[in-house]
Design a protein around this ligand. Structure first.
Ligand code: PEP
Ligand code: MN
Length: 366
């Protein structure tokens, strides 16, 4: 693990503002996208009533993976200005270019965040760090789309190099082709690694983008807080079904008091020790192994159906031998390891044969 030196101290979120609601966690919530004045107003009314959470989030420039969807509404800048005259609240907006930074500051936005699609682009991050240098505004840095810790750490370093030190990282999960239940797969070991690089940095979880499904957001929030996050970033909408982006994952605004009530933080946290990091890493690797084993089962089923269709025998001995040799090459197996690879793939092959035989005999019954 690389350790970085000569950093300026990172300021904890409790030091970011002089007027700061007395909540222990940094809770950020609001719509995926700002869609209307009334939507924002009702969200601010809810947020400030108790107070329920510290910062309103709202997307104004939406980086859509595919063109053609709703990509934000810059009228929201005017809505913020007006609402700031009526209410005392702090808000956070995603910025992807220096122009966004200028416009957001002009609208008195209090916190900026860098989205997952931008964090992976070092030149874009440099441009943003240059634009934000000297402004003394907090910046939240989401993880990039792929689990590359150096890319994520590099973004933090690019800001530190410009003496921007009100920084937090946000875990929103990673793109994962085998994911079935979650939209973006969390890998908390990468967050633990970031904490080893930057011990003082504030850590937030984004259970909305991890889950992608409103029914899973509470569970992912609990997971984030149990891990040791200092707070959460949550998407909420007065009428999620009709939301213009991320409709499936936004919590109905009226449910927010109940939702936040259930977001309990454990009293002790112990996540930064070396052993916990490696254990988390093993869990994540095994999670991937299990997913891949399931995927393998699915493919053997397809092979069985093809064999049945073409009336081929189940086992091709020559194929198994070449297959095994190839896997040994991939592993770069030395003398002791050859046996290990053989054992693993004999077991996998045996399961594959059994499954294929099952499928073939079952279909013969009909
Ligand atoms: C968002 O917060 O609405 C967003 C676009 O998130 P991400 O950058 O994590 O995809
Ligand atoms: Mn969103």
């Amino acid at each position: 693990m690389t350790t970085f030196h000569n950093h300026i101290p990172i300021s904890h979120f409790s030091q970011w503002f002089t007027h700061w609601t007395s909540l222990n966690n940094l809770m950020i919530a609001g719509p995926c996208s700002a869609e209307s004045y009334t939507q924002l107003r009702s969200t601010i009314l809810m947020m400030t009533s108790q107070p329920l959470w510290n910062v309103l989030r709202l997307g104004i420039w939406k980086p859509r993976s595919r063109p053609g969807g709703f990509d934000g509404n810059i009228e929201a800048l005017q809505w913020i200005k007006e609402l700031k005259q009526e209410f005392d609240f702090k808000c956070a907006v995603e910025v992807a270019t220096p122009e966004h930074v200028d416009l957001a500051l002009e609208a008195k936005v209090d916190v900026l965040w860098i989205g997952a699609r931008t964090v992976g682009l070092p030149f874009a991050v440099d441009d943003l760090a240059n634009a934000i240098a000297g402004l003394d505004i907090p910046v939240l840095i989401k993880n990039p789309l792929s689990p590359d810790v150096n890319l994520w750490a590099g973004a933090v370093e690019r800001f530190l190099a410009k003496k921007v030190n009100k920084l937090a990282i946000v875990h929103r999960g990673y793109s994962w082709p085998y994911s079935q239940k979650l939209r973006n797969w969390p890998m908390w070991s990468t967050v633990a690694q970031m904490k080893i690089f930057f011990p003082d940095i504030t850590v937030l979880g984004d259970p909305s983008h991890i889950a992608g499904d409103v029914n899973l957001v509470q569970r992912m929030s609990t997971e984030a807080l149990s891990f040791g996050c200092d707070g959460l970033m949550i998407e909420t909408h007065p009428d999620p079904v009709n939301a213009l982006s991320d409709a499936a994952q936004q919590i109905p605004l009226s449910m927010m008091p109940q939702f936040l009530q259930q977001c309990k933080k454990p009293t002790t946290k112990n996540t930064h020790s070396e052993i916990n990091y490696w254990r988390m890493h093993i869990d994540e690797i095994d999670q991937q192994v299990v997913h891949l084993l399931k995927k393998r089962d699915e493919v053997t089923e397809k092979i069985a159906l093809t064999k049945k269709d073409q009336q081929l025998q189940v086992v091709d001995y020559h194929r198994f031998e070449t297959m095994l040799n190839l896997r040994k090459e991939w592993f770069q197996a030395g003398l002791g390891d050859e046996q290990y690879i053989e054992q693993v793939f004999n077991l996998l092959h045996e399961r594959s044969i059994q499954r294929q035989l099952n499928i073939l005999t079952k279909s013969e019954d009909h």
